[in-house]
Design a protein around this ligand. Structure first.
Ligand code: DI6
Ligand code: FE
Length: 401
């Protein structure tokens, strides 16, 4: 197995409990094949590693590969026209109720072939990758019928393989009611319960998500989807309390959800339930910003109850047409008042937890050798700059990309 050592760097390991950011000055990272075998101060590098091929990082800052744990990156078309409508006075909910919103992306996505969807989605993935993302979650939810959901999930898998990106795939069939089921949401949930085992058997589902909201699915309907996921042994996550408090967070916690995402309207009871269940709070500053929301997620309450906080782009055509995870770090700090350290943990260690991936998110022995070299002196600079990309190099599973 190939042995390599990376030296002359400052490593923000994100290992909790030690220095801020888990920072190691003058660090060395020893890589064996696709894994980190040893991480520590260079002068303590075990003798067995001396003589292994060495990469001089030239004093660069090193962090774990970034993890974008909530995206809807595979879709057809765009919604620039709705952006214009909103600037002329319509609200996101009004547009959705009038047949636009998610439904308009469903039309464009259904009309696109697998190859067209790959071509349209690839630049978004590449933009994230160019900023050091090494693990990406992609949700379905713009197909809303077996063949179209399958098409989107297959596109997500194909993009991961073609672009050397670790992709976690989430089935979000319960995203919106498709037009052919208008007025019959429970019948659509019946249909979802038929679709899920089929797609799962095809190896296309790593987790199950739903949109629990007054413009989407009720807690009772969400429960039925989660029961079906549980029966297949699949983890669940939930779009909860984005536009109103529907009690989704507590419901998801009852199912041991990996994460609840958005959470602007979550109650203290919901936060408590998440803390007890170990459910991660995924905050999405891009959607908050783009919809010009004013209700902030209760960050102080999340901290007080010890809920783990992750950050993500929510990359999607309607509420967050964003392909910059670094910009989300900045917005998590400026809009939500996270510290730069919390924000960085939110796209590394905690984002890994939100995906149930125990093998990544920090720089320590045994983890995947996914890491990024940045032309920066201080880790806080990652969240500080707006629109900069200080990336020098990404190493994915031990191999420079
Ligand atoms: N919440 C969101 O922010 C996205 N989906 C969801 O359930 C928005 C999806 C869209 O508007 O296309
Ligand atoms: Fe989302």
């Amino acid at each position: 197995m190939s042995l390599q050592v990376w030296t002359h760097c400052r490593a923000a390991t994100l290992v909790a409990g030690g220095a801020p950011y888990g920072l190691l000055e003058d660090a060395a990272l020893a890589v064996e094949g696709e894994r980190l075998a040893w991480v520590g101060p260079r002068r303590e590098l075990p003798a067995s590693w001396r003589g292994a091929p060495e990469h001089d990082c030239g004093g660069a800052l090193v962090t774990p590969g970034l993890i974008d744990c909530h995206t809807h990156l595979v879709y057809g078309g765009d919604r620039a026209q709705e952006f214009e409508q909103r600037l002329n006075g319509a609200t996101y909910e009004e547009i959705a109720r009038a047949g636009g919103g998610i439904a308009s992306t469903v039309r464009a996505t259904r009309a696109a072939s697998e190859d067209e969807l790959i071509a349209q989605s690839r630049p978004r993935l590449r933009a994230l990758r160019a900023e050091g993302v090494t693990t990406l979650e992609i949700k379905s939810g713009y197909g809303l019928a077996l063949e179209h959901e399958r098409k989107c999930l297959r596109v997500a898998r194909a993009l991961g393989a073609q672009e050397r990106m670790s992709v976690a795939i989430t089935f979000l069939g319960a995203h919106a009611l498709p037009p052919e089921f208008a007025g019959r949401p429970d019948a659509y949930v019946d249909e979802l319960l038929r679709m899920l085992p089929v797609l799962h058997a095809e190896g296309l589902v790593d987790a199950v998500d739903a949109f629990c909201e007054r413009i989407a699915f009720t807690p009772a309907q969400t429960s039925r989807v989660f029961e079906a996921a549980r029966a297949l042994g699949l983890p669940v996550k939930l779009h909860a309390e984005q536009l109103s408090d529907s009690g989704g967070a507590a419901l998801a916690a009852r199912f041991g959800a990996l994460s609840c995402d958005h959470l602007e309207w979550v109650s203290e009871e919901g936060v408590r339930a998440m803390a007890q269940a170990g459910t991660v709070a995924v905050l999405l500053p891009g959607a908050f910003y783009f919809l010009r929301e004013t209700r902030l997620p209760p960050v102080a309450l999340l901290r007080q109850h010890g809920v783990t906080i992750a950050i993500s782009t929510d990359c999607n055509p309607g509420s967050s047409p964003c392909t910059s995870l670094l910009l989300m770090l900045n917005m998590a700090c400026t809009l939500f008042r996270l510290t730069p350290e919390e924000a960085l943990a939110g796209v590394t260690r905690n984002a890994a937890r939100a995906l149930g991936l125990a093998d990544r998110g920090t720089l320590e022995a045994g983890r995947r050798a996914d890491f990024v070299l940045w032309e920066l002196a201080q880790p806080a600079q990652l969240a500080y700059a707006i629109g900069a990309n200080p990336l020098l190099q990404t190493i994915q599973q031990g191999t420079p990309r």
